[in-house]
Design a binder for this molecule. Structure first.
Ligand code: UDP
Ligand code: MG
Length: 314
């Protein structure tokens, strides 16, 4: 029988945290009194993590382990966990105990009350640099401006989602994965549970600035075509200026003045404008190609009425 809960835990070189994480998770999940599985995804760890996970699986029927052949990154590890999770609800939680497992029962209660996605919203973040805090704030502002305000602020990947929502993510084959955005895109009733983000239990972050920036770019580029169209707007401005200068040059020439200088500016503006506008038009087509290539489902049916269960997709 499928468990009620699946907990997906991406692990990359977490030998120092795994034991404690498993202890606390098991405590919480047992306390909830329903069936569960813990899906550990070993994302190509090179320390003792793989052996430790195998040992956990040997001693605990609730443990499943996926070993990646090589490191593929946090977002891919979580995606794999979602693919394999069999629960009615799926929890995503980091292996370093920055996300406290003790919040899960509250998330589950919201889910039972009808929420499709219950995400953890950080009230505070311990042990993180001022820079990370500040850059995250700025980033989410920019993201919401560019891509729309469906993306919740101060929210990572820590969340509990209904099986239906997990299925939507499984149906999104895009490679540039920005899961928190994909969950927001999926829709359904989304609710926040506030929590204080702890410092790492042990070890160091595996999200250096470079990976951070890549994820940030995925967030904007996977959910907005606007940057591709900026060249068009810029081009139109230059074309407008060029046209204006051309008009001035004409008037000057008719009035018998020397319009040569103004004319040169006009030609420069018009040339620059045409190139940028052409790039923008290319961008508009590229945006359509990108949209098609992403291969996302056109729509997500939350529920149906008057259909037999087996005909209802979702
Ligand atoms: N992680 C992973 N693959 C990676 C990097 C990280 O599976 O390539 C896991 C890591 O073990 C942890 C979670 O993703 O459980 C979040 O990573 P981390 O704590 O290093 O990031 P931070 O919390 O500092 O953003
Ligand atoms: Mg962490």
């Amino acid at each position: 029988m499928d468990p009620v809960y699946s907990v997906v835990i991406p692990c990359y070189n977490e030998e120092e945290s795994i034991g404690e994480t498993h202890r606390r998770l098991t405590n919480v999940m047992r306390g909830m009194g329903e069936s569960y599985e813990l899906v550990y995804v070993n994302d190509g760890s090179r320390d003792d993590t793989p052996a430790m996970l195998d040992k956990l699986a040997d001693g605990d029927d609730c443990v499943r382990v996926l070993h990646f052949a090589a490191n593929r990154g946090h977002q891919v590890a979580v995606s794999a966990g979602l693919d394999y999770a069999q629960g009615q609800a799926v929890v995503i939680i980091d292996a370093d105990l920055q996300d406290p497992p003790e919040i899960i029962p509250e998330m589950a209660a919201r889910w039972k009350a009808g929420a499709g996605v219950v995400y953890g919203k950080r009230r505070s973040r311990a042990g993180e640099s001022k820079f990370k805090e500040w850059s995250a704030k700025v980033y989410y502002r920019v993201l919401r401006k560019i891509a729309g305000d469906i993306f919740p602020e101060d929210t990572g990947d820590f969340r509990l989602v209904d099986k239906k929502v997990a299925d939507v993510i499984r149906d999104m084959p895009e490679h540039a994965r920005y899961l928190r955005g994909m969950f927001a895109w999926a829709g359904f009733e989304q609710e926040a549970v506030l929590y204080d983000r702890d410092r790492r239990y042990a070890g160091e972050t595996h999200y250096p600035l470079k990976k951070m920036l890549r994820l940030a770019a995925h967030g904007i580029m996977s959910f907005s075509e606007k940057p591709l169209l900026w060249a068009l707007w810029l081009g139109l401005i230059w074309l407008f200026m060029g046209g204006l200068l051309l008009l001035i040059a004409l008037v000057m020439a008719i009035a018998g003045g020397n319009a040569g200088g103004v004319m040169r500016y006009a030609v420069t503006c018009l040339a620059t404008g045409s190139i940028l506008a052409a790039l923008g038009i290319l961008g508009a087509y590229l945006a359509r190609v990108y949209e098609e290539v992403k291969g996302r489902p056109l729509y997500v049916v939350a529920r149906t009425r008057g259909y037999e269960e087996e005909n209802a997709r979702g």
